[in-house]
Design a protein around this ligand. Structure first.
Ligand SMILES: Nc1nc2c(c(=O)[nH]1)N(C=O)[C@@H](CNc1ccc(C(=O)N[C@@H](CCC(=O)O)C(=O)O)cc1)CN2
Ligand SMILES: Nc1ncnc2c1ncn2[C@@H]1O[C@H](COP(=O)(O)OP(=O)(O)OP(=O)(O)O)[C@@H](O)[C@H]1O
Length: 196
């Protein structure tokens, strides 16, 4: 039941996201960036995980460039399809990136440094849909859920979803393995997990 409900929601919201115009995506990404750089959770974070966008996802480049300029350490996920988990590796602006099976750019594993997910301060999480309680619907492979299964609200790292306002739905169907986010930031608002 939950699985089917998730699939339907995923299909329709992925389509809306893919169909955004360049300027809609650009404007929303700038608005989210401006919000993020004002937040104390961003200012205080030294080890920050980002994602390389696909399929209309919010552009993380402005956050990435600001983070680099402020001397923060930036990490990107490398997918481990056998385990359906993510490993985070240190990213630098000059790095030559490789493309994974989903068309997502990743740091070169041999030339980069691994960080344990527990050592990250802040993780920006891509999402397909979310609700006001910060429940997240992702691409459907459970990568973030498995990688952050250890996560407790109020403890490191802080998980912050980035999304468009239209991705908010009344209720994301969820089960025990779904990891709730601590916050969701859109171009219009910041949502806080009531348990965090
Ligand atoms: N930018 C970004 N990076 C990310 C994620 C994400 O959602 N966005 N992920 C979040 O967890 C992980 C990758 N998860 C993904 C899962 C499925 C597909 C995907 O394209 N699926 C196909 C279905 C076909 C297939 O099974 O390959 C599709 O949507 O058409 C992409 C990424 C790690 N990195
Ligand atoms: N901690 C876990 N242990 C085992 N299986 C898990 C765990 N977390 C998620 N799964 C399984 O992974 C599959 C995909 O989960 P779900 O639909 O919640 O993915 P998602 O969060 O949308 O995807 P993603 O994180 O890749 O964006 C489901 O079958 C789910 O049961």
């Amino acid at each position: 039941m939950t699985h089917q409900a998730k699939q339907l929601l995923r299909q329709s919201l992925k389509k809306l996201r893919r169909n955004l115009s360049r300027s809609q995506r650009h404007d929303a990404s700038i608005a989210v960036w401006l919000r993020i750089i004002e937040q104390s959770f961003f200012k205080e974070a030294q080890h920050i995980a980002l994602y390389m966008p696909i399929q209309g996802e919010l552009d993380t480049k402005p956050i990435l460039q600001t983070s680099a300029r402020l001397g923060k350490n930036i990490y990107l996920p490398i997918v481990k399809p056998e385990a359906s988990t993510l490993d985070f590796y240190h990213y630098t602006l000059k790095m030559k990136m490789a493309m994974n099976q989903y068309g997502i750019l990743e740091p070169p594993e041999q030339a980069s440094e691994y960080i344990e997910p527990q050592k990250l301060d802040l993780v920006f999480v891509p999402l397909v849909a979310f609700d006001a309680h910060c429940r997240r619907l992702g691409m459907g492979k459970g990568y973030y859920d498995r990688t952050f299964a250890f996560h407790q609200p109020l403890s490191k790292p802080m998980l912050v979803g980035l999304g468009y306002a239209f991705q908010e739905v009344p209720l994301v169907p969820s089960n025990e393995t779904d990891i709730a986010l601590d916050k969701v930031v859109t171009h219009q608002a910041i949502f806080e997990n009531p348990k965090a």
